[in-house]
Ligand binder design. Structure first.
Ligand code: MN
Length: 325
């Protein structure tokens, strides 16, 4: 398919490059490093080869979210966003920006989101899960009450918020002791991000701000497959539910959430997601440079879905949601 749009596509600045280092053995790091630092050269060539018209670019992970010092987090976010803005200005027909945000400081994150959208023309934000605040062991998730003014701003600006994975801090990763291979994209990323998404849904955030749009990668971090059981076990059938939000989780999932194919190029999982969410809430993505553009594009271009659904998932849904027309 020509004209695809991909929206979980990362770059690094020198200050955040090291955040990606630990995920890769030495033998592949030089390759990943050159990919993540490049924007205007090889990335564009591979996009051309695989029919990708546009990428929405975002900073690598965990980057800003893993800087406990609020002032430093704000400084790195601003620096990354200014750099991204420069890069987008070179090729606005091929690249658009998603803001990195210093969520350690709810007011600062709100101001940076507003700056990025109004002054830099960014199409939304991509945040790497929870933030560490003050010290490495203190973490905040964004269902907490101090984030409601931030969410009000995101709703007012009408820009999507991409909740991207990161690994849990050591205190919250005890279950993986002795099984480090389960960290990262193999399992821990999806678990951490799905729990965060469920916290947002259960907190009542979407009752207060019903027009918020949250994007999850990796075909929904396993949530489509789990959604029926979550609601069923929450007692919606016979008893009152036991969280503050007013509706079953599937209502929020199908109203306030969108998912992408980033790093999950598997037809059975896509079909399940289409049955749960519908083709209007799924968007093509790669997760470059950590996944290959050709792997994502060749799978998506050939997977057995209808051509109208391929057009929606490959391009049209992203044009609408991120106002790319
Ligand atoms: Mn990613």
């Amino acid at each position: 398919m020509q004209g695809k749009i991909a929206l979980e596509e990362h770059f690094a600045i020198p200050e955040t490059l090291g955040d990606s280092r630990g995920y890769f053995p030495d033998r592949v790091w030089s390759e990943i490093k050159s990919r993540v630092l490049d924007i205007q050269d090889r990335r564009l060539r591979e996009m051309d080869e695989q029919g990708i018209a546009m990428m929405l670019l975002s900073l690598n992970a965990p980057a800003v979210q893993a800087i406990p010092d609020k002032a430093r987090a704000a400084e790195i976010a601003r620096k990354a966003n200014d750099y991204l803005s420069e890069q987008v200005r070179k090729r606005p027909d091929r690249f658009q920006g998603l803001a990195a945000l210093p969520m350690q400081d709810p007011d600062g994150a709100t101001r940076e989101l507003e700056r990025c959208v109004k002054e830099l023309g960014f199409r939304g934000a991509l945040v790497n899960g929870f933030s560490q605040v003050g010290d490495a062991e203190t973490v905040v998730h964004y269902d907490l009450p101090q984030y409601r003014p931030f969410w009000a701003m995101a709703e007012r600006l009408d820009v999507p918020f991409y909740l991207h994975p990161r690994n849990p801090v050591p205190r919250d990763a005890k279950i993986y002791d002795g099984h480090g291979w389960l960290m990262g994209p193999i399992w821990a990323f999806a678990h951490e991000t799905a729990v965060h998404a469920l916290r947002l849904m259960g907190s009542g955030l979407f009752d207060e701000h019903p027009r918020l749009n949250i994007v999850l990668g990796h075909l929904g971090e396993n949530l489509p497959y789990a959604m029926w059981r979550i609601d069923n076990a929450n007692g919606w059938i016979e008893h009152r539910h036991n969280y503050p939000a007013r509706k079953p989780m599937r209502d929020y999932f199908c109203t306030n959430f969108h998912i992408t194919t980033s790093g999950n190029f598997h037809t059975q999982a896509l079909i399940d997601a289409m049955l749960v969410l519908g083709a209007d809430r799924i968007m093509f993505s790669v997760d470059w440079p950590f996944e290959n553009i050709d792997h994502a594009a060749r799978w998506f271009d050939a997977c057995p879905i209808s051509e109208p659904d391929r057009a929606k998932i490959g391009r049209e849904n992203a044009v609408k949601l991120f106002k790319l027309a």
